[in-house]
Design a binder for this molecule. Structure first.
Ligand SMILES: CC(C)(COP(=O)(O)OP(=O)(O)OC[C@H]1O[C@@H](n2cnc3c(N)ncnc32)[C@H](O)[C@@H]1OP(=O)(O)O)[C@@H](O)C(=O)NCCC(=O)NCCS
Length: 323
């Protein structure tokens, strides 16, 4: 490879041309795997990268430059509280500069900076060049996610009857204080979702963390919608949706969970159907579900979601990688 420099890039203080180069590389890569119905918008994309992700911090970047111009990057999150054994991220190289060792150099450099025992990558389209490249370097596929999409139309799916003994609560932004404990309990019921052989440990939420996350999202201007199913004074299930900062007409489905004692009563579908009636200014919802999670995929299909893409997550002990 010719005159290529690899260095760390401090994203928040980076020049706009550098931020834009990262945006262009990421969008070109992702669009080739899943052509978007609405192209992401640069300033929203930047704001998302400056928004803290609870427990995961802000993304770090290493970049490869040719004559100053960014032609590839490695990005990664270094979780600070739980999951301190791992770095999770991706490597992307401009197609015109692939197969010259730049991706491998970026990976080596980024992993040295990260100084963690385990590396994971997710959102890699199954069967892609990226998956082959990572497995050739010693990564193993640990799980697969199906990306599903629902185009909202005028005829939304029926919500159906709320089963006796249950009621639905809903809000945007901050949870009402009286429902906060139930909300936290419902969020924590997501932690038995299938994760394959990923080493990512799902962390229990606390009241303080939920409030902190609400504040961070509100500061960043992310709209949040929540539907919570209650049984008496107790949480039965919850579903959470965010508006995507870089594509304001697209919503992203976050946690959906039904507390184990309340499963098998159709609550999962019910709260997701109710959610569709709450959203404003949204045309498309995207969600990703573990490909082995038949229940959730079936619920989504019954609401009209279609499968768009399967992605894999890969994992490796850094010491075992061939770099
Ligand atoms: C995955 C990706 C980052 C690899 O980038 P890259 O710069 O082409 O990576 P490298 O050049 O280091 O390696 C690619 C191949 O070229 C080979 N190669 C390296 N130097 C070479 C050279 N001078 N001449 C010919 N081939 C070369 C490598 O051996 C490797 O082949 P192998 O996997 O069969 O061993 C790139 O394909 C990409 O951006 N894909 C889209 C993003 C993505 O899917 N990322 C997921 C990974 S986390």
């Amino acid at each position: 490879m010719g005159d290529i420099d690899v260095e760390e890039l401090d994203f928040p203080s980076a020049a706009e041309t550098d931020q834009r180069a990262l945006f262009d590389l990421q969008v070109a890569w992702w669009s080739s795997a899943m052509p978007p119905r609405e192209l992401p918008e640069f300033s929203g994309w930047v704001r998302r990268r400056l928004t803290l992700d609870a427990g995961w911090g802000l993304p770090r970047f290493a970049v490869a430059r040719e004559n100053g111009r960014i032609i590839g990057y490695a990005d990664g999150y270094l979780p600070t509280t739980a999951n301190t054994h791992l770095v999770t991220g991706t490597v992307v190289v401009d197609p015109r500069w692939q197969r010259q060792g730049i991706g491998t150099t970026l990976l080596r450099y980024a992993l040295r900076l990260a100084n963690r025992d385990t590396a994971e990558a997710s959102w890699v389209p199954r069967g892609s060049e990226g998956e082959r490249w990572a497995t050739n370097r010693g990564f193993t596929v640990v799980t697969a996610l199906t990306v599903q999409e629902l185009v909202l139309t005028d005829s939304l799916p029926e919500v159906g009857e709320v089963p006796p003994g249950y009621r639905l609560a809903q809000w945007t932004g901050r949870a009402p204080e009286a429902l906060l404990d139930a909300y936290v309990d419902a969020l924590n019921a997501t932690n038995d979702q299938p994760m394959g052989d990923s080493t990512i440990e799902l962390v229990e939420y606390t009241r303080e963390q939920v409030r902190q996350e609400e504040d961070d999202l509100s500061t960043a201007g992310v709209d949040v919608w929540v539907v919570l199913a209650m049984h008496g004074d107790e949480a039965a299930g919850v579903t959470v949706v965010y508006r995507t900062l870089s594509r304001p007409s697209v919503a992203h489905q976050r946690n959906t969970s039904v507390v184990p004692a309340h499963r098998g009563k159709g609550l999962g579908r019910l709260i997701k159907a109710q959610m569709l009636r709450q959203l404003t200014g949204i045309e498309i919802i995207e969600t990703e579900t573990n490909s082995t999670n038949e229940h959730m995929r079936r619920i989504n299909h019954s609401l009209g979601y279609t499968d768009r893409l399967t992605t894999v997550s890969l994992s490796a002990r850094v010491a075992d990688l061939k770099l």
